[in-house]
Design a protein around this ligand. Structure first.
Ligand code: 5AD
Ligand code: SF4
Length: 489
């Protein structure tokens, strides 16, 4: 699945603005960042060795940026969080929808106004892959263009820049390598992201991902588990496994192995690593979602009770045209499977409105699917025609204004569903991992296993990074409010 990856339930559940997210300076994050640099740049002036990365788009991109930062730290660069003081600037870009892709060009355009900026500028990610060397034409001050399928070559590309090369590119997609790094500079001190499968072999007609991220490549279960053990040692208790189609994971066969692990077996093995209390995964593709995943969640409490299972449309006709490989009824069977679990599992989804040829009847099918699926959150998007996708050629395009109207209709219906679902949670007690503190004393934010944000009050201090029990006292369509009911564990 494309770039849903982080199930941005926090966007849906809102109410976060007033909370200070704590991302820097934790034990886990800083211990990972303190590597011994090994590059000739070490001798350079501090200004010469600073870098800044701005990331657009999905959780996969955010995690790729963490890995890129790890590579740079390993070469003696120092990360800074203001652009002005950086010698090297990387933009890790997203091209899933046109608006996202435009953002990087407006960033790059800024440099036109400052010709003597003296910075090394690199463009990474999906726009880099899509536009390739064209980027040098549009923005001659760019020195590096590298798509995510070539990130394993980044150290070599950096070395070429350090050696004085003006322009370097990494645009191959025919790699079977995954981007594994010695160190990853993780931004979130509580939740560690870990890519287990890169690229995508599906061919949804609207989606740039197979083009920009290349074919599917899974990382071996042995190497995943080794990294999870390292993360647990560093103090992380929550792991989120990432992939565009994370549940299409196929363990590469190693010599001497009779067979690799299935995705469900990998989930169970990750959850069994001492110190790991929560395991999430995103994004799941409906076609590869089987009962073994639900059974694993049912039998292993550390596997979080949340599945992000994008449907995209409730109309079988549109699904066929999108090449999603399932019908509405087949999708609803997967929902029924999840709902048959012994513990409630929260389900979220992505929806595209205004796909070419979408009729009022198709839209009505999507609305009735929302009623049937009873999602806990939905990310709805207006269809955006993208280069190198087959839907680009399709007739019967829908005017932008009409797409906007359909988007509002879908969002309104889903809001009504969330009002009811969230109200049912009032009075229930959830364990949260506390990951935010409000400026107001005694106010905290945590996440439930189902990935809901729960803002709560507690007389305790120093709750960050702790697991605690919270009773829900109020609910709105987009947020839960509660109070702590127990001592910190
Ligand atoms: N237009 C609109 N939305 C898209 N998505 C992917 N490609 C497009 C596109 N061309 C949405 C899908 C996907 C989510 C991350 O982005 O819903 O699941
Ligand atoms: Fe997801 Fe389909 Fe895009 Fe692959 S092609 S990332 S399955 S939407």
């Amino acid at each position: 699945m494309p770039l849903s990856f982080d199930v941005r339930l926090n966007d849906l559940t809102g109410a976060r603005e007033e909370l200070r997210g704590v991302t820097e300076g934790s034990r886990a994050a800083s211990s990972q960042a303190s590597v011994t640099p090994d590059s000739s740049l070490l001798g350079a002036s501090p200004e010469a060795s600073t870098f800044f990365i701005e990331t657009f788009g999905c959780q996969m991109n955010a995690h790729d940026s963490e890995k890129v930062a790890g590579v740079l730290l390993g070469r003696g660069y120092r990360q800074v969080d203001d652009l002005d003081s950086a010698k090297v600037v990387f933009y890790n870009t997203c091209s899933i929808r046109e608006k996202a892709a435009q953002k990087v060009f407006s960033r790059l355009g800024e440099y036109r106004k400052h010709p003597g900026h003296g910075k090394i500028i690199g463009v990474l990610g999906c726009v880099a892959q899509q536009e390739g060397e064209e980027i040098f034409e549009r923005a001659p001050w760019v020195s590096l263009v590298c798509g995510s399928a070539s990130y394993s070559k980044l150290p070599a590309l950096l070395a070429q820049l350090e050696a004085g090369n003006r322009r370097v590119t990494g645009l191959d997609k025919d790699t079977d390598e995954t981007f594994e790094t010695e160190i990853t500079r993780r931004d979130n001190p509580f939740r560690a992201y870990l890519t287990i499968i890169e690229g995508c072999d599906k061919s949804c007609s609207y989606c740039v991902v197979p083009f920009t991220r290349g074919p599917e490549r899974s990382r071996s279960s042995a190497s995943v588990l080794q990294e999870v053990r390292k993360l647990a040692d560093l103090g992380y208790s929550e792991i989120q496994l990432l992939g565009q189609t994370v549940n299409s994971y196929r363990d590469p066969m190693l010599r001497g192995m009779s067979r690799g692990m299935t995705f469900a077996e990998l989930l169970v093995a990750v959850a069994a690593v001492p110190g790991i209390r929560r395991v999430r995964f995103t994004t799941s593709h409906p076609r590869d979602f089987g009962p073994d995943i639900v059974e694993a969640i049912d039998s292993v409490p550390a596997l979080c009770d949340h599945v992000h299972l994008p449907v995209q449309s409730g109309s079988t006709r549109v699904l066929r045209s999108m090449q999603r490989t399932y019908t509405r009824d087949e999708y609803l069977e997967k929902i029924a499977l999840i709902r048959s679990a012994r513990r409630p599992i929260s389900v979220t989804s992505d929806i595209i409105v205004g796909f070419p040829g979408e009729t009022e009847e198709d839209l009505a099918d999507t609305l009735s699917l929302l009623d049937a699926a009873q999602y806990d959150g939905v990310f709805a998007f207006q269809y955006s025609p993208r280069p190198n996708t087959s839907s680009l050629q399709m007739a019967d395009t829908i005017p932008e204004q009409e797409k906007g109207r359909r988007l509002a209709v879908v969002q309104d219906r889903q809001r009504e569903i969330q009002v009811v679902r969230n109200n049912e949670l009032v009075g229930q007690i959830f364990e949260v991992l506390v990951d935010g503190a409000s400026r107001r004393p005694g106010q905290w934010a945590g996440r439930t296993s189902s990935n809901r944000i729960l803002n709560f009050s507690s007389p305790h201090s120093d709750l960050l990074g702790q697991y605690t029990q919270v009773r829900v006292t109020r609910a709105s369509p987009n947020s839960l409010i509660g109070e702590q009911v127990e001592q910190v564990v």
